[in-house]
Design a protein around this ligand. Structure first.
Ligand code: PLP
Length: 365
């Protein structure tokens, strides 16, 4: 029998939101009637310009993509006003989270992340056969940066922060993050995961790009993604901004052609879709207001600081609630795996989906 390394063996695999087809099959439902609100996707879908570009590119998929993603890199450099050499791509931001652990953790070194922090930080750390250190959350499920500082020891090599955090929606304000960045020794990498950056509507949100663009720090990477705001989750493209010296190290563990040809074409087209970005932000804002008002009416406690989703407390075991909602055609994400056994996370969908969500939740409770 093959023996797996202990740390990898201790890991529970990442559990994604259930696909519509699976739920339809399991419960004998019509797929078109199911509201999938489990993966923080964009209900407005993929911009038309992107779909047109994908159609045009289909004849070229017999060739390998550009491994360096030259045109995408150049376009993003212009858009974000940063040297293209300071941009790094992954098969989703999730892959960059993994590459950081793979590329940087030496024997005996550890990565830190918050209790209730995005699950991939732990997965990436343990999957690279290294130990993770979970820092207890502060009040209101917030990432407790002072506790991170106190916990830093000789083994600490990576700190993963999520801003805002999935699934708790909690945001780290600029003042707090600035102070933190100043105090972390520069041999420790800080991964600032901003997967929901475009949805944030808050004056206190940090301008994290300045750590890189103005301060030239070599121990910070800022992560973002095309999955959410651009409606491209299925194509898997995430990106990071960081000093080229740091990106050179990550590049050593990158698989060849990790961003496929269609994905590159789609992202280049998506960069011209500001109208889609604005419409998506406005949609989420409106639907968030609607859903929160309804949750207030139901008297439920929730976390809804930032992002295109809300975490809801049902004050009982969430699993039967989740299962019953699924049976009635609404897929949410139960959070027992995050040690939040009475909570689920719901992403804001179309109005008809959100209405169905509220109706079904009310029936089930
Ligand atoms: C906080 C956070 N970071 C990263 C990701 C990964 O995104 P991607 O689809 O780019 O891998 C997600 C996806 O849900 C997320 O919630």
């Amino acid at each position: 029998m093959i023996r797996q390394p202990k740390l990898i063996n201790s890991l529970s695999p990442y559990v994604p939101g259930k696909p519509i087809e699976t739920v339809a099959r399991e419960y004998g439902l019509d797929p078109s009637e199911i509201a999938k609100l489990a993966s923080n996707e964009n209900p407005l879908g993929t911009p038309q310009k992107v779909k047109d570009a994908l159609h045009e590119a289909i004849d070229r998929v017999f060739i390998y993509p550009d491994g360096g993603a030259y045109y995408l890199r150049e376009k993003m450099g212009k858009k974000f006003n940063i040297d293209p050499d300071w941009i790094f791509f992954g098969n989703g931001a999730a892959e960059i989270i993994e590459m950081a652990a793979k590329a940087l953790l030496d024997v005996g070194e550890t990565a830190m992340y918050s209790q209730y922090g995005f699950a991939m930080y732990k997965v990436a750390t343990y999957a690279s056969n290294h130990r993770g250190v979970e820092i207890p959350a502060g009040p209101g499920y917030h990432q407790d940066l002072d506790a991170f500082l106190k916990a830093i020891d000789d083994t600490t090599k990576i700190i993963y922060l999520s801003n805002p955090n999935n699934p708790t929606t909690t945001m780290i304000p600029a003042e707090e993050l600035n102070r933190f960045v100043e105090q972390v020794p520069d041999h420790i990498l800080i991964v600032i995961d901003e997967a929901y950056y475009e949805f944030v509507d808050n004056e206190q949100y940090p301008d994290s790009m300045k750590y890189i663009r103005e301060q030239g720090r070599k121990n910070i990477i800022i992560l973002r993604t095309f999955s959410k705001i651009y409606g491209l989750a299925g194509l898997r493209v995430g990106y990071g901004f960081a000093h080229p010296d740091l990106l050179f190290m990550l590049g050593k563990v990158r698989s060849p052609f990790n961003v496929n040809l269609l994905a590159q074409v789609a992202c280049i087209a998506a960069m011209d879709c500001d109208d889609h970005v604005h419409a998506s932000v406005a949609h989420v804002k409106k639907e968030k207001e609607f859903v929160l008002k309804e949750l207030d009416r139901l008297g439920l406690r929730y976390l809804a600081e930032e992002g295109n989703f809300v975490a809801v407390n049902v004050e009982r075991d969430v699993v039967p609630v989740f299962t019953e909602m699924q049976r009635r055609g609404v897929i949410v994400r139960p959070l027992q795996g995050y040690d939040m056994p009475e909570w689920f996370r719901m992403s804001f969908g179309h109005r008809y989906e959100n209405e169905k969500f509220i109706r079904v939740l009310e029936e089930v409770l």
